[in-house]
Design a protein. Structure first.
Length: 209
């Protein structure tokens, strides 16, 4: 069994009896969604909402087929990066979820676009100074200073360097998915995350009617 097949089998098992499924590209995005739900005082698992990490946006069609109208018949929603809009639309279309290949068209289906990616949205919302403090608190200040001295990073803006640093290791990226949401404090959360959570509330209430 391939890695994709194992992931799909796990998602199907987890989604049995669920009310809806959120599709995200990877585990860092999943952690951010769950942390955002915590920020709103919500327990998605108790609401029957499954957040599935697809292991890459090109797997959208496979997950939508397995969990959407041709599979378990569950309502689907999710997050995606702006550069991946056509991939997401293609995958949903193949799974029987037709709609316009536009930001608004996908949002109408519950799929919300991040301008670059979710980490970029969160870094802008948190602010680079607060993120630097967070990196220090995580004991990675020296590592980031070394990283920023690399020739490829020296002339890049601080925001871009922090974004790249977070993504250099899988475990770090997953960890910061939650940490960035928790670091928002009173700052407004990124609109795609807020829209996703609001839509989930609507979908769950409708499912209970």
């Amino acid at each position: 069994m391939s890695g994709l097949e194992e992931d799909l089998a796990a998602a199907r098992a987890q989604a049995q009896g669920a009310s809806s499924v959120v599709l995200v590209e990877g585990h860092s995005d999943r952690e951010a969604v769950l942390a955002m739900a915590d920020r709103h005082g919500r327990d998605l698992a108790a609401e029957g909402v499954v957040v599935a990490a697809m292991g890459g946006v090109t797997n959208t069609g496979h997950f939508a087929e397995a969990l959407g109208p041709h599979g378990l018949g569950l309502p689907l929603s999710g997050l995606y990066d702006a550069a991946e809009r056509s991939d997401v639309h293609r995958g949903l279309f193949q799974a029987g979820l037709a709609g316009k290949c536009s930001r608004s068209g996908l949002a109408a289906r519950g799929f919300h676009e991040c301008d670059a990616d979710l980490e970029d949205e969160l870094i802008r919302a948190v602010g680079t100074q607060r993120l630097l403090e967070l990196v220090q608190a995580e004991g990675e200040g020296r590592g980031f200073a070394t990283f920023r001295r690399q020739p490829a990073q020296r002339d890049r803006p601080l925001h871009a360097c922090l974004h790249r640093f977070i993504g250099t290791r899988s475990g770090r990226k997953i960890r910061y998915g939650r940490l960035l949401v928790e670091a928002l404090g009173p700052n407004p959360a990124p609109e795609p995350l807020e829209a996703l959570l609001h839509g989930l509330g609507t979908r769950v209430r409708n499912a209970d009617v």
